[in-house]
Design a protein. Structure first.
Lengths: 793, 227
């Protein structure tokens, strides 16, 4: 008996151990979505196979209650809809050949999408599972519309599946392996429908994922409960695809915007808002997730009651550029420099255009908004092309390179700094595509999509002008090609249509002339500079200490410091300026002395620039043309004053280093002697001011209207300089910066090319043509501003 | 006695398997992610590096899909963790030009650089320690206890103005002390480990999002002369 008990115990132990072994091999399901699903499932008996329950629109719209409480039972608002026949919440065949292009998970640590064991997707509206299903449903809807649209765009551009195109489309045939199949992405879009982060709704470009979190003041309010937020964030993903249609999957790619504030980022936000309208036809974004408790929802039409009095669809009362760049409908008297607010101008324009197309071309809203998204695809794909080709050509023999973003060696810098997407450039290219698709019936009747004749150029220009955006003289079909080979005439804009859009001379952008006003500030506070470096992901010289110990917060530039410089610019015109940009990147303002091997600062003729610094006697050399090919065509902005035996001269940093007999290993970058002592830090070598009012500065334009207090600067508003600890105190530096703004008369097009000494084939026909990308490497399109900086110990 | 030995042996095997299975996720992470490396700033003087663990990937919110699902779909489903095989597939499927087993990008139309008999002056050399240099550089101005995770995606030759440069395409992911995440892609010089280009930063809807605030000095004594 005793032996039997022992044997039984032994066998039981073995069974227990075997169970332990087997269970150890099975992954824990403690956190598995499926294990949580049972408690969350609600009313699954009431839905059919593959169906689920969702919020068809956001709770504010469904309840018709603008003051809906955050404790309202959202289960009362659910609808039954088809979800997916898949057993996981992942994409199906809606991506036109990409059969697995998205999936939805709960949080960022969840290992897989939600799975159904029953084939049904019905969950309690307060559950995490519901958020995932709701997100999936709306993601699927907007993706289906977008990829179908893209497929139609290709069909139009290539007449079905032809090898050639009817017009200069930017959609490259090469990414279509066969009909309706795109090679667009190598990783799925993942949306975290319950990503458990406060006040978070963001698109992570790197992981290609979207996080939909919750509203911190009302944690039961989730971004995933608001379908418009899903459309908006997915819109950022679509823009990434559109911008990079012509770029390979490996190597640098481009995004909408590079700084905390810039116009490309603004347009990106406006386009994302439009994607919400694209799906549901409603002209307001995020009434629930952003609007109800945070006052951050956004209208897309002047008819929206959220707007202040004086804004309407009347041509004179549109949300026009640049007056409304910093306009927050919830606090209209407090200007706010933010891409979301400034993006409203483009979303309002696109909605107005959609409505105009419905009216004048007898189109349905779906067809009209489809056309608008097609035009956005064409526009972004052209602008984002880092191979510098821009468009296909009707004739393959006319494919021209170096047509946009200078050339493939420098395209990334041109896209980000030198010729970036602005309200002007975006609208110019968008208008060209509008014309190609609606107005060009004589040359290309097959392309006309207007059902009622044509949508005329005057109609195109008039609506753009109502938004203050008719800032270009031609449609720029040639783009910014630096040679004249193979070009054709640019279609001119009818000047009579320019009623609200005001162009201002660059010479009216000056330094603050107010008595005792400072024209430039130096900020060298250690903690603030450190924050600017880390938030900008900037790379500094190895000689700059990691604790920034040379920074002494005395508002001066000293050896070893990293400093921010803010220019106090003044708009001396009678119209607001928008998109003021200060450039401190390398450019063609020096000439290589073949004898000494040193760069000498250019003295430009008056036909090229109003800047005649420095005199020949001060070390300047005459430069009569702009180039952008050799590495010496790109000189750092700062020169140094050298005390010679009989005079003082401005010399390059390399020459100054040699005069000091300083070993190059002591330079900020030993491989770049021309920025040995001081340099604008790459990535922080441009500054943007969204708007400067007439007869005002940026500080006064954005000041608190109650207190008059100037706004806090962001990293986008300053240029960062790095100073070598080896620069002798007392050294005087001259940094030649270039400035311009978006609604500038003479910063983008050449009104009189006959005056040029360095140009061009057929100057008469080039009147009002845009400057070439090579021109943008020189002084001509810019106002020059000098910073003469004493380095003080 | 024999049964007791068998019992002890079985117990040992069972416990070993149980312990192994609990650790397996971390082991899997390091085996399946040979290219992720984490650097931690311990102090201004000390940065340490190690292979990225599963916990760190989770903290950085790097997606880690269930393998079965990823394999079920013939796509790059798992795609913060693109393997070398998957990299090769992308390169092959998209007909990239290759030289020295690196993808050619940039100004590659003018000559057949894929033909290694075509001369190409290189501006730098490949330093096997580029990732360590980069890790230290990326943490130089960060606060203590900040982590940066680096993963190389592709090895590249970038051609500019007819000259070549060895560069690496990487993903950089910061995990700050407070748990905040910041990631982007970058091109990195294969010799110096310095960043030459960045893209793919996160776009946030939060209008109160973090920004670098810079205060103007109350009194301007910079001595700067402008004109």
């Amino acid at each position: 008996m005793k032996k039997e008990v022992k044997t039984s115990l032994f066998n039981l132990t073995l069974i227990a151990l075997a169970s332990l072994v087997l269970s150890a091999c099975v992954p824990s399901i403690g956190n598995n979505a499926r294990s949580r699903a049972a408690s969350a499932i609600t009313g699954s008996a009431n839905v059919g196979l593959y169906q689920g329950r969702v919020l068809a629109d956001n709770p504010i719209i469904l309840s018709k209650n603008a003051n809906l409480s955050d404790s309202y039972d959202l289960n009362k608002l659910l609808s039954t809809v088809p979800i997916t026949t898949n057993s996981f919440l992942k994409g199906n065949a809606s991506c036109q050949g990409l059969d697995y292009c998205f999936e939805v998970r709960a949080t960022k640590v969840d290992p897989s999408p939600l799975q159904t064991a029953t084939g049904k997707w019905s969950y309690n509206a307060n559950s995490s599972e519901f958020l995932q299903v709701n997100t999936f449903y709306h993601l699927n809807m907007v993706s289906d519309l977008f990829f179908t649209n893209l497929s139609h765009s290709f069909s139009r551009a290539y007449l079905g599946n032809s090898a050639t195109t009817l017009y200069d489309t930017s959609l490259p045939k090469s990414i279509q392996t066969d009909t309706n199949v795109f090679k667009l992405i190598t990783q799925p879009l993942i949306i975290y429908g319950d990503c458990n982060e406060p006040d978070a709704a963001n698109f992570n470009n790197t992981t290609q994922s979207i996080c939909l979190g919750y509203v911190s003041s009302n944690p039961t309010v989730k971004w995933a409960q608001d379908n418009t937020a899903i459309y908006h964030e997915t819109g950022h993903f679509f823009q990434k695809l559109q911008l990079n249609l012509r770029n390979p999957l490996i190597g640098p790619r481009v995004n909408m915007g590079t700084l905390f504030y810039d116009e490309a980022g603004s347009i990106g936000e406006g386009l994302s808002d439009y994607y919400s309208y694209f799906v549901n036809g409603r002209t307001h974004f995020a009434e629930w997730a952003a609007g109800r408790f945070s006052n951050a929802s956004r209208p897309m039409s002047e008819r929206d009651p959220a707007h202040v009095a004086g804004i309407s669809t009347d041509p004179d009362q549109r949300l026009s550029y640049p007056q409304f760049l910093d306009y927050n409908p919830y606090e209209p008297s407090f200007p706010t420099e933010d891409v979301h607010y400034s993006g409203m101008i483009i979303s309002h324009y696109l909605v107005a255009l959609t409505e105009d197309l419905e009216d004048k071309c007898v189109m349905s809203r779906r067809d009209a908004s489809d056309l608008v998204i097609h035009l956005v695809s064409e526009t972004l794909a052209e602008y984002g092309d880092l191979s510098s080709t821009g468009t296909q050509s009707v004739s393959s023999s006319l494919i021209l390179r170096d047509k946009i973003n200078l050339n493939s060696s420098h395209s990334s810098d041109w896209y980000k700094i030198v010729n970036p997407i602005t309200y002007r450039s975006f609208m110019q290219t968008f208008a060209k595509n509008l014309m190609n698709n609606l107005s060009n019936t004589i040359a290309r009747p097959a392309l006309n999509r207007c059902n009622n004749g044509i949508y005329t150029r005057d109609q195109i220009e008039s609506l753009i002008d109502q938004y203050g955006l008719l800032l270009f003289r031609t449609y720029n079909e040639n783009r910014n090609l630096s040679t004249s080979a193979g070009t054709r005439d640019n279609t001119p804009v009818n000047a009579i249509n320019r009623k609200k859009s005001v162009l201002i001379s660059k010479n009216l952008l000056i330094l603050d002339p107010t008595t005792s006003a400072s024209s430039a500030f130096v900020i060298d506070t250690r903690s603030e500079i450190k924050k600017a470096i880390t938030s900008g992901n900037l790379t500094l010289s190895a000689q700059t200490p990691s604790d920034l110990s040379f920074n002494n917060d005395n508002g001066r530039m000293s050896p070893g410091e990293v400093v921010a410089v803010a220019l106090n610019l003044y708009n001396n015109s009678n119209t607001p300026m928008g998109g003021v940009q200060i450039l401190a990147n390398d450019w063609n303002h020096a000439s290589l002395d073949p004898v000494t091997g040193y760069l000498k600062p250019c003295q430009f003729p008056t036909s090229m620039s109003n800047d005649q610094w420095p005199l020949i006697s001060e070390g300047g050399v005459p430069c009569t043309k702009t180039a952008a090919t050799a590495s010496t065509d790109f000189a750092p902005v700062c020169f140094i004053q050298s005390n010679e035996t009989t005079s003082t001269k401005w010399v390059s940093q390399k020459e100054f280093q040699n005069k000091m007999a300083l070993d190059s290993s002591f330079c900020l970058d030993p491989t770049k002697p021309n920025e040995c002592f001081i340099r604008a830090i790459k990535g922080a070598d441009q500054a943007i001011y969204s708007r400067i009012n007439s007869k005002s500065t940026w500080g006064k334009t954005l000041a608190n209207p109650d207190t008059g207090k100037a706004p806090i600067l962001s990293g986008a508003n300053v240029i960062l300089f790095e100073v070598s600890k080896h620069v002798p105190p007392g050294t005087l530096v001259d940094c030649r910066l270039r400035v311009r703004f978006t609604n500038c008369e003479d910063c983008y097009h050449d009104a009189n090319p006959l005056l040029r000494s360095d140009h061009v084939t057929n100057p008469i026909t080039r009147t009002d043509y845009d400057y070439t990308d090579t021109d943008y490497n020189g002084p001509r399109p810019f106002k020059i501003i000098h910073l003469q900086i004493p380095i003080i110990d | 006695m024999k049964k007791i030995l068998l019992f002890i042996f079985s117990t040992f095997i069972a416990l070993s398997i149980a312990i192994y299975s609990k650790r397996s996720s971390e082991v899997f992470a390091s085996k399946s992610n040979p290219t992720w490396k984490t650097f931690v700033k311990n102090s201004n003087l000390e940065v340490s590096g190690h292979k990225t663990t599963q916990k760190e990937l989770e903290a950085a919110r790097v997606p880690t899909p269930k393998r079965a699902i990823a394999e079920e779909n013939n796509q790059f489903a798992n795609d913060e963790r693109i393997s070398f095989e998957q990299q090769a597939k992308i390169i092959k499927d998209n007909h990239f030009l290759i030289r020295e087993e690196r993808v050619l990008i940039g100004d590659i139309q003018k000559r057949n650089y894929q033909d290694e008999d075509v001369p190409l002056e290189m501006l730098n050399k490949i330093n096997p320690n580029w990732k360590d240099i980069l890790g230290h550089e990326l943490l130089r101005f960060q606060d203590d206890d900040t982590k940066v995770m680096i993963k190389e995606e592709f090895s590249i030759i970038q051609i500019q103005n007819g000259k070549g440069r060895y560069v690496e395409q990487v993903i950089v992911t910061y995990v700050l002390k407070d748990g905040a995440i910041n990631s982007y892609r970058a091109l990195v010089d294969s010799e110096t480990g310095s960043v030459t280009d960045t893209w793919d930063k996160t776009i946030s809807e939060n209008y109160k999002r973090e920004r670098a605030n810079l205060s103007l000095p109350s009194e301007n004594n910079s001595g700067i002369i402008t004109r």
